[in-house]
Each structure stands twice: as C-alpha cells, then as structure tokens.
Design a protein around this ligand. Structure first.
Ligand SMILES: Nc1ncnc2c1ncn2[C@@H]1O[C@H](COP(=O)(O)OP(=O)(O)O)[C@@H](O)[C@H]1O
Ligand SMILES: [Mg+2]
Length: 302
C-alpha cells in the first residue's frame, strides 16, 4: 500500500510518528514523508499520487492540518479525519462538544483574557486556566482565588490569545492517560503539572471497565481512531480534562506494530469502499514502476 506521512517540523527528530512510517516501510509498503514547511504541494495532483491514506500527528497551529484537509477534500482517506482533529485541537470547542454529547468534562468557560476571571463567582474557584490551543502542559495554571486572577501571567501571552477556564476537579494528583488504537485501550499513570509534589511511576495500569467505556465513547463522539485522553479519577467517576489526536503512546507496549497494523487495516477497508477503479489504476501504476519506488526523493528506504 502507499502512505503519505505529513511530518511537522517539531516531530522530524522525535520518535512519533517517524517510527510508524519506518515500520510500514520495512514491512514492504511505499511510504513518503511530506514536510509541509519544505514542500510545494501540487493540489491538482493529490488524487494521482494514489495514496491509500495520509497520516498526521498534529502540532498546535502547524501547517500539516491544511495539507491533510486538502487530501481529504480530494477524496483520500486520512488518519485522523480533519474534522475530528479540529474538534480536539481547540480546547474550547473540544469541551463544548464533549459536554453537548454527555461526556464527563468539568464545567468550563471561554475567555479572551484572564482578567475576566474576576467575573466568575468566588465559590467556583479554584479554576484551571489553559490556552485554547495549548498542549504538553504549556501555559496551564491554577488560580485559587479571584485575587490571584487579576494579573495576566506573562508566559500566557506567548502561548495563546484565548483561554479555557475550567473548574478545578479534585483528584489524587496524577493523571490516567488513556491511549487508544481503534478499539484497543491502554492506561498509563502520569504526573500532573498542577501537582509537581506528587511523584508517580509512569507505569501501565490495568484498564478499568469505566475507563474502557469512556475511552471508546470519546472515539465514537469525536470520530477519532488513534487518540488519547487525560482522565482524572474523582468521587463521581472518571472526568476527561483533555483529548489529543495521535499522542506519543509512551509506555504502551507494541504501540508501533499495533498502530501500523491499524493503519493498514483502515486503508484496506477504505480501498474496498472506493471500489475497483482506483484499485485498477494503482495496480497499473505499481506494475509499471516496480523497482523504482523503493526509495523516492522524500520517501523512506525499505
Ligand atoms: N479541570 C482540571 N482540574 C484538575 N486538574 C486539571 C484540570 N485540567 C487540567 N488539569 C491538569 O493539568 C494537566 C494539563 O492540562 P491539559 O488540559 O491536559 O493540557 P495540555 O493540553 O497542555 O496537556 C492535566 O493533565 C491535568 O493533570
Ligand atoms: Mg493533556
């Protein structure tokens, strides 16, 4: 099969998603890398490239999503699909959508500036302030009282123009990271940036039935297939505080082969749905160019 990995600059030297691209190439698939900041993408040519799927691990405000959307608009399957990615990349949108679909998320507000926090009643504190386009714990801060909310922290200005403000959820001081590949769910304990005093051994945990149900429900609601969610254990059950498309899957055993297998299954299913014509064209192309595609200019050596 033929895959195109859209690789954001930030991930060029990181393990994900490069390990997956390499694994697929070593398993005999044609894999090309498209680096959006270094590539001129011919939009009329997207269909003729005959990729079975485009794959993207997004980065905040990165250009990769535009290329993925273009590929999708040209009728090529993508992982994840662009609408699902858009729904989770903006934390306000993600929370409103999750809330509207009955998922357990903390009550949240959208504000353009943290000084507006003073309009939130005192009894709602403590509050957690997050940049709407944030990730990896950047720019997250806990505000314990209205008095503390008056000053806009300097670092917040650099991260985002807008903010999601959430009721703080009482929790044991660490996260349960749920990682999902199709229907497979894995749980890993991870420290919370809001509780640096709590030490946690990053370890794989047995997946509780409530976590499994919640993780799969998030996939159904958002239409994600490879994703992760940050969950906090509370008196009222697990609460979702964050959802990410294509996370890094640290500590998940066999993540590389599971994700690669999933991508191949996904692409095969999509091929069957598309019918015989693209398949015939692809066969024609691979017969005429056999031996020439082992390594392309921006492809991966097998
Ligand atoms: N509403 C909340 N109540 C308590 N802790 C929270 C809340 N929201 C986030 N946190 C903590 O802050 C961490 C970072 O927030 P998150 O929304 O996951 O942002 P990021 O996209 O930067 O990972 C979470 O993993 C969790 O430990
Ligand atoms: Mg998070």
């Amino acid at each position: 099969m033929r895959f195109c990995f859209i690789v954001e600059d930030e991930y060029r030297r990181q393990s994900m998603p490069m390990v997956i691209a390499r694994h697929l190439a070593q398993s005999g698939h044609d894999v090309d890398l498209l680096e959006p900041t270094k590539t001129v993408t011919a939009l009329w040519d997207l269909r003729r490239q005959l990729y079975d799927a485009y794959i993207l691990k997004t980065v905040a405000d990165g250009p990769g999503l535009c290329v993925l959307e273009a590929a999708e608009a040209a009728g090529i399957p993508t992982i994840n699909n662009s609408r699902s990615i858009r729904l989770v990349r903006d934390k306000s949108l993600c929370t409103a959508y999750a809330y509207a679909h009955g998922l357990p998320v903390p009550h949240s507000y959208f504000v353009t500036d943290p000084h507006l926090l003073r309009k939130i009643p005192r009894e709602r504190y403590p509050l957690v302030v997050k940049p709407t386009n944030g990730s990896s714990g950047r720019g997250i801060y806990l505000v314990n009282s209205p008095a503390r909310s008056l000053r806009r922290p300097k670092y917040a200005e650099r991260v985002s123009d807008f903010f999601l403000v959430q009721h703080y959820v009482k929790n044991p001081g660490y996260d349960i990271k749920l990682y999902v590949i199709g229907k497979d769910v894995f749980a890993v304990a991870r420290e919370s940036p809001l509780h640096p005093e709590v030490e946690v051994a990053h370890q794989l945990l047995p997946v509780k039935p409530a976590w499994l149900k919640l993780a799969r429900r998030v996939g159904e609601v958002f239409g994600l297939v490879i994703y992760g969610l940050d969950v906090l254990e509370t008196r009222h059950g697990p609460m979702v505080v964050d959802i990410n498309d294509f996370p890094s899957f640290g500590k998940v055993p066999q993540a590389v082969s599971l994700i690669s297998d999933y991508i191949v299954r996904f692409a095969k299913k999509a091929r069957m749905k598309r019918g015989w014509l693209p398949f015939a064209l692809r066969t024609l192309r691979s017969t005429s160019s056999r031996g020439q595609h082992v390594r392309s200019e921006n492809g991966l050596a097998r």
